[in-house]
Design a protein around this ligand. Structure first.
Ligand code: NAP
Length: 289
């Protein structure tokens, strides 16, 4: 990629954004990264700090960029931050910014499990956001990720904290499955989606090659440590999620787990055209520690 290839990243201090920015910066892509709070600037990067993504500040700087990667999103609601405001309304605001700035390509992370009849509020908001993108007239790529895992994602950090305490708690049976994808693969795929025509107007599950039970994942993750694995009742996990704002699992984290969603890896593979990291191999290698 050349230096003139300018990309805008929203939600710059988030987990996926941090990794994607690093990847693009190392590949000499010119970046305009936007966040509500201060963050460390990378090579080839211009920072924009704006609490409300003020159009007067942002628009002149992002004009005529090649593409925008929209990584603002929440998976847990509060009185200040609800799904409609952040996942739907904010996406609409970013789409309008793209149009005004003449940015033609937008890449968005939705969620694995989005389909018309899903009744969970989180997925409904992601569905609405997807609809806005599809109807926007822009060239879009919508990814529906399962768990994106790296050294510093929330799930991995949770498991590391539990290991330190000597016990990992699994809500319910742990037999529900997840289909994690490695962050390094995600960075490459997102980057490729900006320029590769095969990604044009596509909605793709962003999943790894293996669907693995939560229980097995936790076992492999903690294999080399003397950690006890304890199953806790789903009822008490939900109760904690509902009543305690600091609970490890939010209500929708539990909904996502119990939902047992499986993604179409083959379709992703056909378009990405490179093999993705096996999650069990990754866990065995200890690279997430
Ligand atoms: N990580 C995963 O496994 C996973 C799985 C499925 C879907 N996704 C989706 O992928 C996207 C990125 O995920 P992530 O894991 O990187 O999440 P993250 O670490 O929580 O980052 C999301 C970012 O969104 C921005 N944000 C949150 N509330 C906002 C608000 N009210 N106004 C403006 N900005 C706000 C924040 O950016 P600043 O603090 O920089 O302003 C935050 O860092 C999200 O849309 C998420 O739903 C992620």
């Amino acid at each position: 990629m050349t230096k003139d290839f300018q990309i805008v990243v929203t939600g710059a201090s988030g987990f996926v954004a941090k990794n994607v920015r690093k990847y693009l910066s190392e590949n000499n892509v010119k970046l305009i990264s936007i966040s509500r709070k201060n963050f460390k600037k990378l090579k080839n990067e211009t920072k924009i700090i704006s609490k409300n993504y003020d159009e007067r500040i942002i628009l002149p700087k992002i004009k005529n960029s090649f593409g925008l990667i929209h990584l603002v999103g929440i998976g847990k609601q509060s009185i200040k931050n609800n799904y409609n405001l952040v996942n739907v309304e904010f996406t609409n605001k970013i789409i309008n910014l793209c149009k005004k700035a003449k940015i033609k390509k937008i890449v968005y992370n939705s969620g694995l499990g989005v389909y018309k009849t899903n009744s969970i509020g989180y997925f409904i908001s992601k569905y609405e956001a997807e609809k806005l993108l599809i109807e926007s007239g822009l060239d879009y790529t919508i990814f529906r990720p399962s768990y994106i895992v790296g050294k510093d994602d929330l799930f991995t950090k949770y498991l590391k904290r539990q290991i330190k305490k000597g016990e990992i708690q699994i809500p319910g049976s742990g037999n529900y499955s997840i289909q994690p994808i490695y962050i390094n693969d995600v960075c490459q795929i997102i980057s490729k989606s900006l320029i590769d025509k095969n990604f044009k107007k596509q909605t793709l599950d962003l999943v790894g090659p293996e669907s693995i039970s939560f229980q097995k994942y936790v076992k492999l993750f903690s294999k080399k440590t003397p950690t006890k694995i304890k199953k806790i009742s789903l009822e008490s996990a939900y109760h904690d999620a509902i009543s305690n704002t600091k609970s490890e699992f939010g209500v929708d984290d539990l909904n996502l787990l119990v939902g047992d969603f499986k993604g179409n890896y083959r379709k992703l593979q056909k378009i990405t055209k490179f093999p993705l990291q096996s999650i069990s191999e990754l866990l065995k290698s200890g690279r997430l520690f």
